[in-house]
Design a protein around this ligand. Structure first.
Ligand code: HEM
Length: 536
């Protein structure tokens, strides 16, 4: 809200004529943003050429950023570079109401129910990738994860036709689309360059393939259960269907959103474990305890893996693949005493916000125990924001976590990993739009000889149940954060119901204490942290 002392955010010194802070930012955007935070605090302005950018970091600034309505802070501008790939009129290029409807149509694909089928597919894909690995060898871990995650996501989201019949052609198309992501597209998206021509040809061919599959599927009596089919069947509010152009764009968008982000995180998870034997051993023990020597890796068994989950969370704290998120200010935006004028851009940085000493003590230390019941360093809302927050929080976050857990679980049950280069060779590459480990990223793998006999060990710290007191508890829902994933309904169907449109109903006002543990599971696994359980 405006206050009487509205003032412009403080500015970074050292802007050069014309280019502003472009050189320093371009050299290492993370270092520059960290310097801004250390110099100016939670809000501060810098300049990229003529464009004024305001960086907001820390839980309170993040909350203001993520809760602002789209009419005030517009996300679409930041994704303009993707328009030739996703397509005109698709998601970020669509008018706000249409964009919201399209994003809503994607939700059923990423909800809790289809996730069960995805788990099986992911496990089978990982098994297939390592089928000819033998006893030991060396791989480029990032390349391996990129190949694997394109198979897993195309299989889960596009379905069998693309994964099996059209796999090679799809790989080529995807490659040409990826190469077409070029900063030049911000200014001249359709310049007659070879990379842009190949990009446009690839997109047109993909749309032809999508159109062909829609026609073929219409002839089949049985229905596929992938994301593609859900989009074929989806309807706008006025009853009209998505066009093949829109379906193509939304499928590409979903695969792009989850590809490098998941691949880089999976690679970092193994790298961080490989350089820390004590954490590696703890994760191996957890896996052995959960799966034994030949237990199946299933959706159910992947659900609760507190140690590995905390390791992945810590990896995402230190190496969030998206290091800054941008919005254009459409109407003056107020934060505390400051006003950011319309026309400027505001951004937030997960990577900087994750390194605030008061929230995450010793921020550079890799310490998965930060998230245990006893410490809960991420408890303050909007402090841990690797998946963003608010209305636009990553809708694929549950899918990403499932994928990461499945990949690591299958690999580590069979192999151990060692770094081949010096520890400090493995760094983040800030020249990429999605930050990942620098290439090459080589590791040595070795088949595990025996599984440690830890199956009978006591359960991990952090899962211990507290004895509840009182007679009942209260469920509080933050409706602004709920995206209708329906994870709560799977955890506690007695308490939560989510309809096909993603609307949540809490079924009991004052649930009895015997449902407390189930309710807490729902709170814990809600992908958007929209549930709070309060003891009365
Ligand atoms: C949005 C991170 C995986 C689909 C976002 C945002 C972040 C993010 C930070 C918010 C962007 C913003 O506010 O401007 C990540 C990370 C991932 C991951 C770190 C993996 C480790 C995935 C996967 C999918 C996906 C696997 C789909 C299968 C989406 C979609 C949005 C989004 C559709 C847009 C949501 C909206 O605007 O309503 N992601 N993501 N992401 N992500 Fe992810």
């Amino acid at each position: 809200k405006p206050t009487s002392s509205d003032k412009a955010p403080p500015k970074m010194p050292g802007a050069l004529p014309l280019i502003g802070h472009m050189l320093e930012f371009g050299k290492n955007p993370f270092n520059y943003m960290m310097k801004l935070r250390n110099t100016l605090g939670e809000i501060g302005e810098f300049r990229m050429f003529h464009q004024r950018m305001v960086l907001m970091t820390g839980p309170e600034a993040n909350e203001a950023f993520f809760r602002a309505p789209d009419t005030q802070l517009d996300q679409s501008q930041a994704y303009k570079i993707m328009t030739p790939i996703f397509g005109k009129g698709v998601v970020f290029d669509a008018p706000p109401d249409k964009k919201d409807q399209q994003l809503k149509m994607l939700m059923p694909v990423l909800r809790d129910k289809p996730m069960r089928g995805y788990a099986q597919i992911i496990v089978a894909e990982v098994e297939q990738m390592v089928a000819d690995w033998g006893d030991s060898g060396e791989i480029d871990l990032l390349e391996f994860m990129k190949e694997l995650t394109i198979y897993t996501s195309s299989h889960c989201l596009l379905g069998n036709e693309f994964r099996y019949e059209l796999n090679e052609e799809f790989a080529k198309i995807y490659h040409d689309l990826e190469k077409g992501v070029n900063p030049l597209a911000f200014v001249f998206p359709y310049l007659p360059l070879p990379v842009f021509r190949r990009r446009d040809k690839a997109r047109a061919r993909l749309q032809e393939m999508v159109t062909g599959i829609i026609a073929k599927r219409a002839q089949k009596p049985e229905k596929s259960e992938d994301a593609f089919q859900l989009l074929i069947d989806a309807r706008y509010d006025d009853g009209s269907r998505l066009s093949p152009h829109e379906i193509t764009g939304m499928l590409i968008g979903t695969i792009f959103a989850g590809h490098h982000t998941t691949a880089g995180t999976a690679a970092w998870t193994l790298l961080e474990l490989a350089r820390r034997p004590e954490h590696m051993q703890a994760v191996l023990s957890e896996l052995d305890r959960l799966f034994g020597a030949d237990g199946e890796v299933t959706f159910q068994s992947l659900r609760e893996m507190p140690l590995l989950e905390n390791v992945i969370k810590e990896v995402l704290r230190l190496h969030p693949p998206l290091i800054f998120l941008i919005r254009k200010v459409m109407q003056d935006f107020h934060f505390k005493d400051y006003t950011v004028k319309a026309g400027k851009y505001v951004c937030t940085s997960p990577r900087v916000s994750h390194r605030i000493e008061e929230i995450f003590p010793e921020p550079e230390k890799f310490d998965p125990e930060r998230y245990t019941e006893a410490r809960q360093e991420d408890a303050k809302p909007f402090s841990w924001i690797a998946f963003g927050g608010g209305k636009h929080k990553c809708t694929g976050n549950a899918f990403a976590m499932l994928q990461l857990k499945a990949i690591i679980a299958v690999l580590l049950r069979r192999y151990t990993f060692e770094l081949t280069d010096a520890k400090d060779h493995y760094q983040d590459d800030f020249t990429q739009m999605v930050v990942q480990p620098v290439s090459p990223c080589r590791v040595r793998y070795r088949k595990r000889q025996t599984m440690s006999d830890t199956a009978t060990q006591a359960s991990e710290a952090g899962t211990a149940e507290k004895t509840p007191t009182g007679e009942s508890f209260r469920i509080v829902i933050d409706r602004e954060l709920c995206q209708g994933h329906a994870t709560c309904m799977s955890e506690a169907p007695e308490l939560f119901q989510v309809d096909d449109d993603g609307n949540l109903t809490v079924l009991q006002e004052n649930p009895a204490l015997d449902l407390l543990n189930k309710a807490k599971q729902a709170e814990k696994y809600c992908p958007t942290q929209a549930i709070k359980i309060q003891l009365k």
